[in-house]
Design a protein. Structure first.
Length: 186
């Protein structure tokens, strides 16, 4: 349950830095408010034995401002904040958030794209991984203060889920499902 939600000015930041971009375009001086943020990885995880996608559900304060619930369904994901390969960061996130151990070499890069282009323009790299019960090492849920719920979505419900507006989800998740259906023609 979320209580006492409020906003206050951000004076110091660990992960994002608001700034004013000043530039000239076709001889006209312009400005735009931007946020400098980390790039990220996201992973579409498919459980081969259960014929299900492994997703995460967690509270998003930014979404809470718009829907007063604030819980989102997302791909397993994390920021790029260390000097490791993107696949290695993805493997670490899979273990931390979802509880499956998988070698970075078993994770397939799908593509990269830019998110939040109106204010942040961060690059996200999408990966695909297959897991099974033998790879489960713990229940998941994240680290430190994270409160991540691991959700298993049956493949048979994924197409409907994409368009279910009662479930708050990211465009990256919807794109990943479409990629999966296109690739595997199911």
């Amino acid at each position: 349950m979320i209580e006492n939600f409020r906003l206050k000015p951000l004076e110091e930041s660990r992960f994002v830095r608001p700034a004013l971009a000043l530039y000239e375009q076709d001889g006209v001086q312009k400005s735009w408010e931007v946020v400098q943020a980390h790039d990220s990885v996201a992973v579409l995880i498919y459980h081969t034995q259960r014929d299900r996608f492994i997703l995460v559900k967690q509270f998003s304060p930014a979404v809470y401002l718009h829907d007063n619930e604030g819980y989102t369904y997302e791909l397993c994901a994390g920021i790029v904040d260390k000097k490791s390969s993107l696949a290695q960061i993805a493997a670490e996130e899979i273990e931390e958030e979802c509880g499956y151990e998988i070698a970075a070499g078993k994770i397939e890069k799908v593509t990269s794209f830019y998110t939040s282009v109106g204010f942040a323009g961060s690059k996200q790299t999408l990966f695909y991984a297959e897991v099974d019960d033998s790879m489960k090492v713990h229940e998941g849920g994240g680290i430190e203060m994270e409160q991540i719920e691991v959700v298993e979505l049956p493949l048979s419900r994924a197409r409907t889920f994409i368009y279910d507006e009662t479930k708050v989800k990211t465009p990256g998740l919807m794109f990943a499902f479409m990629w999966f259906f296109d690739r595997f023609s199911r």
